[in-house]
Design a protein around this ligand. Sequence first.
Ligand code: ARG
Length: 473
Amino acid sequence: MTDDSSDASGRTAPAGQAMWGGRFSGKPAELMQAINVSIGFDKRLAAQDLAGSRAHAAMLRTAGVLSAEDETAIQQGLATIEGEIAAGTFPFREEYEDIHMNVEARLRELIGPAAGRLHTARSRNDQVALDFRMWVRDACDRTVAQLRALQKALVAKAEAHADAVMPGFTHLQPAQPVTFGHHLMAYVEMFGRDAARFADARTRMNECPLGAAALAGSPFPIDREMTAQALGFDRPTANSLDSVADRDFALEALAAGGICAIHLSRLAEEIVIWMTPQFGFVKLSDAFTTGSSIMPQKKNPDAAELVRAKAGRLLASFQQLAVVMKGLPLTYSKDMQEDKVPTFEAFDALELSLLAMAGMVADLQPNIENMTQAAGSGFSTATDLADWLVRELNLPFRDAHHVTGAAVKRAEELGCSLSDLVLPELQKLDERITASVYEVLTPEASVASRRSYGGTSPDQVRAQIKRWKEILA
Ligand code: ARG
């Protein structure tokens, strides 16, 4: 069914009849209403709906479709409604189904029959496409700001600990020493790409669907450039069918949200691991931990765990909307009313996660002593020994790898670290090894030597911190 609630004559629906009720003689079944009603959730589009209506009314007047008198009355009525919504006194009523008809019904109560002229050259199909697009656009902007705040928290923490050594892991096995600052800056890069994905999606979605009307465009002399500009869009959409039929802008934002949530969940997981007594790398204050009702010694990283879990919600939201949209024939189908709940839920969860993560990062107190100690364990400087053999003795890397493997084996037998192996032990493996090898076997030396662009040496880390501080300023 297309949306035929516009009525150029200004006549309004009789009491008890839906706004589209002209050709209906019966009332909808209660169950029909129950499944159809969306005001419970689409009331969140109120601000966008009002902005869209105000731009539409102003344009209709300029186009000569609406009299100055009616337009003034409509603008005043809409302003009153804005005030009612801000004050929490606006009556959201289920009998008016959705936000669009709730606003129109209230407008009619406030200004009388002129309210019926607002819907000229418009349909709920382009109206909802507009409102929802503006909501998602705002959500993208908010998310970028929240991501920037999180990045700033990470950069500040990284700067404070740019040369604190910790183990770097692969397979969650100690691999090579890195610095805590370097590790945190890895997430700054990830969240930077997330912000770019939201910004990119925003650019693509920033075309105005208003004026597509039900699906085919309008016979009235509307000015779509004017409404697009008034509502902050780059241009009007170029195909009326596409305008009311697609929700790819929301899918794209949800996809970006899902990827961002994956990044958040990985950082959350690391905080959980680092906080275990076995690792003891970081502490969170009481602000971001909870106790146990039975075990008095516990301090649990619940906030991190919940951020980790929210990824499920984000990824499910994408899936939910993708399944709703899949296989829908052009153009609008009521299925698309189901676009809002997953999108609202996803952005609510993402916002909470980003804020909580920024709070946790600022709160995080690293235990540098434990990190440094762990950085030196697990033969983490084995690669440095192999590299030394290549550099100083000109061994092919494969041979150096073999010699180093033998050194690790020997240290394991003796129950000591690589740097504790005495020179004669090392010389049994290759007699040309000299005492200068010990200079590369500490985690600090290992870290300082990795000066390649983007590497973990503190000067490289500081260079990236500087770059990001400029971007985030
Ligand atoms: N509440 C509806 C939605 O969210 C508005 C559009 C209704 N259009 C229609 N032709 N019934 O999709």
